[in-house]
Design a protein around this ligand. Structure first.
Ligand code: SF4
Length: 375
């Protein structure tokens, strides 16, 4: 178990498409929440005894909304109670509008070596429609400050298939961030999640989304342009310069173990999946006591583990290896999924090379169909 995820569930304002566990206007809880989180980190530390932590990800929400002294306390606790590798990948998620040069320098000094900035779109009018708090000038200032603070590994998050977004707006977003040369780019198609204001607008036919054909054209443009500019696609939605794949995200796709801390944080540990309570009062009151805050413990069967291995692993462009499957489960991949693999290969959704199966370009476009075959 070499990976830790830490959740900070606070944002300045809630974006209209967001269904993440995050709240606006809860400044009065920052201190209590940080104290509970620190207690949880301390109480769970024995689970990582004798382990060297290789990746840490502070996500949210907007972790950079917390006062620096609270973030410092969290990091100090991790370094005190866990053995962290000298070259660990330590990422913080950040949103433009929360990143002054003082904050960025402090983050870099406290050990973060990677920052993931949520730009989402280059056009201010689209940012406004999404309910984002920033505009592109703020983003550019923040990006520049991040470089000045010392960050040599920056991810930019962008989204396509936004309401009323045109192909050329997306093209402009891509060219604009390519000019900045971040080390990593995550490009996701907007998903309308139930319970969000966007879902409500969508149900009332008030959300003008690009057609499926435009969505695919935007995605293909992303693949082509980023490849042209030297970015390697290593996952359906993730691209990077040589050597900058997100080590933390690969832990999820390779179905390796990780521990989650904080409100609603998920963990995968010793073949069990579980998560912390989504109730913030309960989380704070439980003071890090796992017996009080852990919910929905699921012991995964071998069939579930094999299924996850397939549909998570196939998200990566290098796919899954027959050898790793055999080593992990003690049976051949063909004996479990032979029928599905040959059918999907026949349909040109999967390809096999050097004992590995991976999605074809057509398979990437129809990835949900492929994944369903293994569920
Ligand atoms: S900043 Fe991120 S986590 Fe916060 S509301 Fe917006 S999308 Fe959700």
């Amino acid at each position: 178990m070499n990976s830790l995820y830490i959740h900070i569930p606070f944002c300045i304002q809630k974006c209209l498409y967001c269904d993440f566990t995050s709240f606006a206007n809860k400044e009065y809880l920052y201190s209590d929440y940080t104290n509970a989180l620190i207690k949880e980190l301390i109480q769970k530390a024995p689970l990582c005894h004798n382990e060297v932590i290789q990746t840490i990800f502070l996500g949210g929400g907007t972790p950079t909304i917390l006062p620096i002294c609270f973030l410092q306390k969290i990091m100090d606790t991790i370094f005190q109670y866990y053995t962290v590798s000298n070259n660990a990948e330590i990422t913080i998620e950040a949103n433009p509008g929360t990143l002054s040069s003082t904050v960025l320098s402090a983050l870099y000094t406290m050990g973060f070596c990677r920052i993931s900035i949520g730009l989402q779109s280059w056009q201010n009018e689209l940012l406004q429609k999404l309910g984002r708090i920033h505009n592109r000038t703020t983003f550019l200032k923040n990006y520049d400050n991040a470089r000045k603070a010392g960050f040599k590994n920056i991810n930019i998050d962008i989204m396509f298939s936004l309401p009323e977004q045109t192909y050329s707006q997306w093209q402009q977003t891509l060219y604009s961030i390519l000019y900045l040369q971040p080390e990593h780019i995550s490009a996701y198609s907007l998903i309308i999640e139930e319970g969000t204001p966007f879902y409500h607008f969508y149900e009332q036919n008030k959300l003008l989304l690009p057609e499926e054909q435009t969505d695919r054209a935007m995605y293909h443009l992303t693949q082509e342009l980023l490849a042209q500019y030297g970015y390697h696609q290593y996952e359906i939605s993730n691209f990077c310069k040589q050597g900058y794949e997100s080590r933390h995200n690969k832990v999820y796709w390779q179905t390796k173990q990780y521990l989650g801390f904080g409100l609603g944080a998920h963990s995968y540990y010793k073949n069990k999946r579980f998560h912390n309570t989504y109730n913030i009062q309960k989380y704070i009151q439980s003071k890090g006591n796992a017996n009080l805050l852990t919910e929905d413990i699921e012991h995964l069967t071998t069939a579930q583990l094999q299924s996850e291995f397939m549909f998570m692993g196939l998200r990566m462009t290098k796919g899954i290896s027959e050898y790793t499957f055999q080593k992990r489960f003690g049976v051949s991949i063909d004996s479990v999924y032979g029928k599905q693999l040959s059918l999907l290969t026949e349909q040109k959704l999967l390809q096999k090379k050097k004992q590995r199966y991976y999605l074809t370009n057509r398979g990437i476009d129809l990835s949900n169909t492929v994944f369903c075959a293994f569920i």
